[in-house]
Design a protein around this ligand. Sequence first.
Ligand SMILES: [Zn+2]
Length: 92
Amino acid sequence: MDHLTCDRCGAGLLLDAPVRYEVRVEVKAAYDPMEITDEDLAKDHAAEMKRILAELEGLSAEEAQDQVYREFRFDLCASCRKPYMKNPLAKP
Ligand SMILES: [Zn+2]
């Protein structure tokens, strides 16, 4: 995303295109609303923390961050906007 070229096709966006489009995609972990049950209160929280830390071990800071939140920003030219809008998840 440099505002100068289309991130999909590489076309120039300053002189060659009358308009450019910015795409922002957020991927974030979604959790259900907090509801505390008797089962939650009875949990071994120290063991739960150990389990979570073990899961994070071996991951880089970036990989750990990606599991919670990641934002992507792209510039698109007018020609690439239409196919992107039709299939933003790039389904086959
Ligand atoms: Zn393009």
